[in-house]
Design a protein around this ligand. Sequence first.
Ligand code: SF4
Ligand code: SF4
Length: 635
Amino acid sequence: MIAPDLLAWVTAEAVTPEQVVPYVRAVAGSRPRMVGSCVGFDSDGEFVLVGYPMHDPLDVGAMTEAVGQALQIRGLRRITVIGSVRPPQAPEQSIVTEDCYYALPMPPPRPGQKLRNLLRRAGRELTLDRGCQYGDDHLALVQRYLDERHLATGTRHIFRQLSRYLASSAGSLLLSARLADGRLAAFAVGEFAALRTAFYMFSFREPRLAPPGATDLLLAGLLDEARERGHTQMNLGLGVNAGISFFKGKWGAAPFLPYVQATWETSSAGPFSRLRGLFADESEGFAMKKPSGKASGKAFRGPGFWARVRERLLGVPRLLDCVQVEVSSRCPGRCIYCPHTTMREEWDSRDMDMDTFARLWPLMLRSGRAHLQVWGEPLLNPAFFDMAALARKAGCAVSTTTCGLLMNEEVARKLVEGGFDIVAFSLAGTDAASNASRRGVDFDRVCEAVSTLQAVRRSLNSVHLEVHIAYLMLASNMEAVRRLPRLMHRLGVRGAVISTLDYIPTPDLECEGLAPHETEKLARASAVLRETEEEARRLGVAFHWTLPRPDAPGASCRENIFRCVFVAADGYLSPCVYVNLPGRASDPKRRVFGNVRDQDPLAIWEGEEFRRFRNRLASGEPDLPCLTCVKRFES
Ligand code: SF4
Ligand code: SF4
C-alpha cells in the first residue's frame, strides 16, 4: 500500500490518467503501490505497472528497473507494463499494443478560423454550466449513448456509474452544455487533480440536440479551467482511431508521450490453476462444464485488469465490435420469409458444440461483443449458457435474439444471472394478425415471454439486462409498426431495431423487401418510420431504423464487415450471415475463409483472402454475393 501522502504526491505529479490514483481506484478498486520510481496497481496476482517514472516519464532505465522489481512480487501471475517503450523483460509472446498520448500546451494555440466559427455557432446556442450536479438528464444522455452503441458490458457498467467517479475524485469537474430552454445537449468531464497536467476524460453529446461544435465548446471550457488553475498542459488521451485523432489534431494537439502496453504471463499455469481457468471464473463464480477435445487443454484466462480499464475508460476499442455465432440453426418456428422455412428440404439443423465454441477464445478476447444467434433459436443449444459464460469471461458483452417460445422463469433467471446485457425478441407485427407471417411463433406467447423475463429481471434487481425487440418490417405490412412504441411501453421494453427483409430466400418474396431503386416504397416506409419514431420519443423508448438509400455509394456494408465476423455452427468464419447458410455448401455465393477447428480464428480473420473480400467491398468492386445485397445501401 502507498501511504496517503505518497499517494497524493503521485497524483499531483501525474502526466497520464493511469497515474491519477483516485481515478483508477474509483473504476477498478485495485491497490496502488510504488515499485521503484513508478506507481503500479495490484489486483489478485495481476500487476499493472505504470512504467512512466514519476521524475521523468521517458526514463527507460528507471522503467526497466521498476519492471525488474515488479517481477519479484510474490504470487504474480500476469504483468502489464505501460510505458514509453516495450520493456526489455517482455517475452516474445507478450501482447503488445501501441498508441500515443496527445496533449495541448497551456495556454493552447489559437484555434483556426474554421474552429472559431464552430465555437461561435455552438456558443450562440449553448450555455456552459460548470461544476454542476450530475443529474437525471446526464444519466439519460449516457443511457441513450449506451442504447445506440454496441459496447462491452463493463463499459456500460462504468458509464452508468459516472456519478460515483465524479463524487470520489476531488479533482474532477463536470461541464454541461445546455440549450436556452435548459435541455442538456452535451457534457464533458475534466480531471484537474495533478499540479501541471489536466486531463480531458469523457464527453457525451445528444446528437438530436447538440449543434455542431458542442464538443469543441466543452473542450474550450475545460481548457479555460486548466488555464485558470495554472496547468501547463492538457492530456487529451490516446489517439485511438482516425476520427478521434482528427478531433485532437484540429485543436493543435500533438503526440507527446508514446504509449506501449505489454502484457505477459509470468508463470506457467500448473495443473490446478489450469483446471481453475477451465472450469471457473473466479470473479463471477460461474461453473462451466469441461469442453471436450483439443481446446480443453487451454487455460481461458480473461483479459487483464489493465486491458479492461484501457477499454472501458480510455475508450480504446477491441479489434472487433462483434463476433456473431450461430449456436443453433434448429428452430421451432416456420416464419414464411425465413430460409429455415423456405429451404427446409436442404436446411442443416445443427448445434455448435462447446469444443468449437471454445476455439473462438482468441477472437472473443479481441471482440467487444458476442452475439449468440444467427439463423435458428439459440436457446435450443444445451451448451448455450456455458457458451455465454465463456464469452463473458473473455470480456465480451453478450447478447442474443430469441423467438421466445422456450422462455420460462428458469431460462429467464439464467439469462439475467448469465450477464447478458441485451436479450431481443423477434417480431414481424404488433398483434396476432399482423404478426401472422411468423408461423408457429404465437404473438401472445412472445408477449408472455417478454413479461416473464421482465418479471425475473425485476425480482433479481438486475440493471444490466435490457430487453429489446428485433422487428422485421415487411413491405406488405408497414403500417403495423406504428403500434410498436405502445407495445414496447406496455411490455417495459427499452429499445427496438427495425430491419427490412434483406435476405430474399425465394423470388416470390422480393415484393416484401425494399430495394434501393424502389423509391416510392422507400418513401412510404420512411414516412411511417419517422412518424413512429416521434411516438417512440414521446413514450421514451429507443427506436432505431435504417432503410436502403438509392444514392448510397455501396462501398460499405451495414453488417460492418471490417469490425464484425460471423461463425457458423460448424466452425467456418465468414464476413456475414448471408454468405454461409446452413445446408448451402454448393451455393455459388457461399464464402467461408477457414474453420476454427483447423486454424486460429484470428489468423483466419487476418488471412489474405478474408482481407481481399473486405477490401473489394470497400473499393466499390465487391465480390459476387455483395453485388445484389441491399446491406450495401443501408445507412
Ligand atoms: S423464429 Fe427465426 S429462425 Fe425460426 S423460422 Fe422464424 S425467423 Fe427463422
Ligand atoms: S454486402 Fe456482402 S458482406 Fe455485406 S452483408 Fe451483404 S453479402 Fe454480406
